[in-house]
Design a binder for this molecule. Sequence first.
Ligand code: ZN
Length: 169
Amino acid sequence: MPAFEACLPITIHAGEGESPENIWQAAYHLHADRIGHGLTLTANPQLAARFRDRGICLELCPSSNREVVGFADPAFPASTGHPAYPLRDFIHAGLPLTLCTDNPGISRTTLAGEYLAAARMTPGGITLWEALALVRQAFVHAFLPSAEREILMKKSDQQVFAFMTGAQQ
Ligand SMILES: [Zn+2]
């Protein structure tokens, strides 16, 4: 309640190994602006549609999900035989989506490491455009006043444009 009273933006981690009901509770009882994991969201298409319409962003955490749920990552032979990471299902579902480290201390990872993990764990890898779209969604759904967010997005868009056109300084 103090967080709600202070109008703080809220991320709730839900649906990593639990049913979509937990994600529903995070959205409807705890007013989450962003959801960590949300891996079972696609099992409830109605809820997924609300996430698209309300712009609730999912933060997928590939390393943590491999450790906790069990997904295949070629860099970790012990994970062989586990299911493929469903990142592309979420992209195809049109959900607001980015990547996150979850607990970098426990998973011994960095944000860049999570992009590499996502690329390894997604069948066929991820394209440069998919990676850039994930990065951009992080800015779109940043917990910042809108004026600050707009400045940040313009800066990042300029950097990406310079990078893509080979004009980076
Ligand atoms: Zn988490």
